[in-house]
Ligand binder design. Sequence first.
Ligand code: GLU
Length: 428
Amino acid sequence: MEQKFAGEGLREWESPLYLEALHQFDRVAELIGLDENIAERLRVPQRSIVVTFPYRKDDYSDVESLFGYRVQHLLTMGPTKGGIRYAPDVNLGEVAALAMLMTWKCAIVGLPFGGAKGGVRVDPLALSRSETQRVTRRYTAEIINFIGPNKDIPAPDMGTDEQVMAWIMDTYSQQVGHSEPAVVTGKPPALGGSVARREATGRGLVSLLPMAAQQAGMDLDGACVSVHGFGNVGRYAALAAQQLGTRVVAISDISGGVHNGKGLDVEDAMAYVDKHRTLEGFTGGGDRITNAELLTIDCDVLMPCATGGVVTGDNAGDIKAKIIMEGANGPTTLAADEILNERGVLVVPDILANAGGVTVSYFEWVQDLQNYFWSESEIVGRLREIMSRAFDEVLSVATKHETDLRTAALIRGIRKVADAKLARGVFP
Ligand code: GLU
């Protein structure tokens, strides 16, 4: 087929994560014989917004400029949906890759959204609360024409939280002249945020563990779990894993990790982090370890819940876990995936495993639009139902195609999107 624009244009988004996402997509597109015109459209995001903007530091005379991004991968399915991350190395390519993954994620769990992702290149730990507020409000002002309850609905991601969502909601509402809670999800409940949103990604992840264990022939009672990352995903995943009867033997965050073969008390660790901001100095009756050590420590289940690209070709051969549940987005590189598949490690991929967050975000958006709020038990029950149905569906694709769960999840997500694109046709 004749070369389309995308091959050339790819330079715009080029980054290691984007190339990996593209490689996965191309492989599956070929496997399912995807229409080439549709494949060409899906390889690149529909909208990429890059902004630069100033904010005042707490020393009022000091003004700093920042880069901000918002990428909307696909506008076919409904509004776009995805988090906003604040991190020192965020770039357009990373955000574009994550927006593409959000498209597949939403399709796999059957949400009426295309994928999006945003980011500001800034170290959130280096900002004071008032600086974070000014950065957030100005970034929101810069992208305000592209977001909205029917356009694009941001949510928390790495380095952002409920408070950041509240400031986005307030900035947007000030501009449109009325309160508009449905413009973001992951807000504080006082502003129309959903109860159980904060715990949703971790809980959703662990809700799939019994099904994964059944596949791997593993008895979960007393099974050892290590959790890489103790932020919004990792801490609630660890807690849910403990409540399920497993032993959480290792946890870690930016300050390093801790290992206790007898099991750590997750609630103790959470209380410690609430007080001290990180796990630095926490031992939980065990030993301090590095993040690298945590990934290859003796355990049955590994949950990478921190950031992308941590399970690599270099450490995949040393991983002891028999099941990997991907709480983070893109934690496993392509090279690692091949090694893990060969070694028979069951990897429950990010686009399925961590979809609980965006699923409860969807509930929050629906509740905000209707001004009718559900009980926690309704939310948790519906989350479980959606997650387990998605797992079953992905598993049956995997069985049919004799393939791994990541490939199967991609097949399912890409097919759904392709069907919708074919049905809508080309405008004009
Ligand atoms: N940032 C989360 C994710 O990557 C949640 C997105 C959302 O709730 O919209 O799935």
